[in-house]
Design a binder for this molecule. Structure first.
Ligand SMILES: Nc1ncnc2c1ncn2[C@@H]1O[C@H](COP(=O)(O)OP(=O)(O)OP(=O)(O)O)[C@@H](O)[C@H]1O
Ligand SMILES: [Mg+2]
Length: 640
């Protein structure tokens, strides 16, 4: 009763294997010590410091298998149900026994009362009536003695009347009382005395009628009185007997009453003691364990899984409850552990996410910076390339112009010296022709390069947006390329369905188409073939289009040389060309890419097989994305 926690196992500490927590009877006062411990756990610093993991670590007091065994064994023990049934059964049996006994005693008491009421009391009354009748009869005899002459007859009649009263009382006596020989003996004694008395009364009547008062008084006080006294004594004996019998019966009744009362008091005392015992038992076996279990449940609910689990040593329903509570506790502990783990994980995840977001932002920033620097680098290389490219024709132009200037100077000097000869004129004319030819071609080349450079920058301000028909646009482009196509060794075939109208930028789209046709001319087909053989060579450039609800697909396909994967991969790089110094600058496809994905808002794909040809597929929206520089679009056909 004094040991709440077994030695060496304070609450919250793991028990050595095989140990169990305090047993139910270790909770003497309904677990008030446990309550104090629980309060200390809830408020003390230990509970604050005690992490879920620690609490969980202290939790498993009974392995689950042991618990289920315990639950199973509960069925074999003297269960609470059985105990309660036994207690109440015994109590009911006791009450029934005592009640039955008390009823029996009350019946006996009632019998005694009935005997008094039906036997002794009526007998006594009849005795009294008889004694009273005898007394009245004796009084009537006395009155007769002193009756005046006038009242003599009335007194005699009164005496007859009193005699009759005694006779009636005697009949009643005989009827109600005489039952045994003793009664008969007493009646016989009365009858003898009464008969003698009647004899003497006859004599008395005669003496009164004869007015012999002295003789009459002597008779009255002598033999008549003796006879009356004997008769009265006989009845008085019976009266005494009756009264005694009545008293004896009453005493018996009293004894029964006293015994019954003692029995009832004992039963009450026993009931009080048994009730108190039962109450104590109920408190000890039901209320206290339930309170201990409640405390344990509260402790578990607050996460103190190290709180001792009471009642595990019992073999009844409470033990089953304890076992179930242990399962609940273990599950809760497991759940808390999981929650703690998940919380930690979530916190780690959140921290990792924040870190990743920060890293991503940094990366984006770096990427932007990289893109910017790449752009700058691209622009730089573009400028360098352009400078280099422009430099060559300009250099040729400069040397051509200086050659021309030198020759002009010589020519003028010859004129001034008057030494102008035919050969000098011819030479000057040749140099002038070659120089101007060189100048013209190289300046033209430089101009073209500068124009390309402008396209690379996709000068949107110069591009006008309008509604136009795709077929017309393609046809116009082919017309502008007429001189080139007329000399070409390949056929050009178009398949553009009618009615494909776009709200887009015809200038840039025309530029794209021009570049693709020029590429086919320059890279795909054998330009050495004469144009007149184009029907027989089978070299073909096909331009076809199809549309969907939102887009138009333009395919420029040649069956020429095609290109290898290494070329195709670098196709859109600025200044990537396989025709360096042979008319290629490597900007054409870069410009195409910028225009298609930029101002036209579309996509470009290139498929090519060496020796079989190349297909460039553009997919552009029917309505190009709007740019800040857009002017209000005009109707198709209006000049762009
Ligand atoms: N239709 C094609 N068939 C085969 N090769 C092609 C075709 N179009 C492009 N190429 C290859 O792609 C390279 C890059 O083309 P791009 O148009 O960018 O430059 P370029 O034509 O060489 O010079 P530029 O167009 O600036 O005059 C070409 O040098 C060529 O090798
Ligand atoms: Mg090109």
């Amino acid at each position: 009763m004094t040991c709440l926690f077994p030695a060496g196992a304070p609450p919250g500490q793991r028990l050595p294997p095989g140990h169990v927590r305090p047993r139910c009877r270790d909770w003497p006062d309904g677990g008030s010590q446990a309550e104090a411990w629980l309060m200390a756990q809830s408020s003390g610093p230990r509970s604050l410091e005690m992490g879920t993991a620690e609490m969980v670590a202290t939790a498993p007091l009974l392995p689950p298998a042991d618990l289920s065994n315990r639950i199973a064994r509960t069925a074999g023990g003297l269960t609470l149900r059985l105990r309660l049934l036994l207690a109440f059964g015994l109590l009911t049996l006791g009450v029934a026994l005592v009640g039955g006994l008390a009823m029996d005693r009350l019946g006996a008491l009632n019998d005694k009362a009935a005997v008094i009421r039906d036997n002794w009391l009526p007998s006594t009354a009849v005795n009294g009536q008889m004694i009273s009748a005898i007394k009245s009869h004796r009084l009537a005899e006395a009155r007769l003695l002193f009756a005046p002459e006038a009242d003599l007859e009335r007194s005699l009649q009164a005496l007859d009347q009193r005699n009759q009263d005694v006779e009636i009382a005697r009949r009643d006596y005989q009827q109600y009382i005489v039952m045994n020989t003793e009664d008969e003996q007493r009646l016989n004694a009365f009858d003898q005395a009464w008969a003698a008395g009647q004899q003497y009364q006859m004599r008395l009547r005669d003496l009164v009628r004869e007015h012999d008062r002295d003789q009459a008084i002597a008779l009255y006080n002598g033999p008549l009185r003796d006879a009356d006294t004997q008769a009265t004594d006989a009845i008085l004996r019976d009266l005494a007997f009756n009264v005694n019998q009545g008293r004896a019966t009453a005493r018996e009744g009293n004894a029964i009453y006293a015994a019954t009362r003692a029995l009832l008091w004992s039963a009450i005392g026993l009931a009080v003691v048994t009730g108190a015992g039962l109450a104590w038992l109920a408190i000890r076996t039901i209320a206290a364990p339930i309170q201990a279990m409640t405390l344990a449940t509260e402790a578990f609910a607050q996460g103190h899984y190290g709180h001792p689990l009471p009642c595990t040593d019992r073999r009844d329903e409470i033990a089953g409850l304890a076992a179930a509570l242990a399962v609940l506790r273990d599950k809760s502990a497991e759940r808390d552990r999981l929650i703690a783990t998940r919380t930690n994980e979530a916190q780690s995840l959140s921290a990792a996410k924040t870190e990743a977001e920060t890293n991503l932002a940094t990366l984006r920033q770096l990427q932007d910076q990289l893109v910017e620097s790449e752009k700058l680098a691209a622009l730089g290389s573009l400028v360098a390339g352009v400078a280099h490219e422009v430099n060559s024709p300009l250099g040729v132009a400069v040397s051509a112009s200086s050659t021309l200037a030198l020759e002009t100077k010589r020519f003028l000097a010859a004129i001034e010296a008057g030494q102008l000869r035919q050969s000098t004129v011819d030479r000057f004319a040749r140099v002038a022709r070659d120089s101007t030819d060189l100048l013209e071609r190289n300046l033209d080349r430089a101009t073209t390069l500068v124009q390309h450079f402008k396209q690379v920058a996709v000068d949107r301000a110069s591009s006008q947006r309008r509604r136009f028909n795709l077929g017309e646009m393609v046809s116009d482009t082919l017309t502008t390329l007429g001189p080139m196509l007329r000399r070409a060794s390949y056929r050009v075939e178009t398949a553009i369905p009618d009615g494909i109208d776009l709200d887009s930028y015809p200038g840039p789209l025309g530029q794209v188409l021009t570049n693709l046709i020029q590429n086919a001319e320059l890279h795909a087909f054998d330009a050495a073939l004469p144009a007149r053989e184009r029907q027989t060579t089978g070299q073909l450039l096909r331009i076809e289009a199809s549309r969907s609800a939102r887009d138009v697909t333009l395919r420029v396909q040649d069956n020429g040389a095609g290109m290898g994967e290494d070329v195709r991969r670098r196709l859109f790089e600025p200044f990537f060309t396989t025709k360096m110094g042979q008319g290629g600058s490597g900007l054409g496809m870069h410009i195409v890419y910028n225009i298609v994905t930029g101002i036209l808002g579309g996509a470009i794909a290139v498929a090519s097989t060496p020796g079989k040809g190349t297909t460039v597929t553009l997919t552009v929206p029917l309505m190009a994305p709007h740019n800040a520089d857009d002017e209000p679009s005009s109707s198709p056909g209006e000049p762009g």
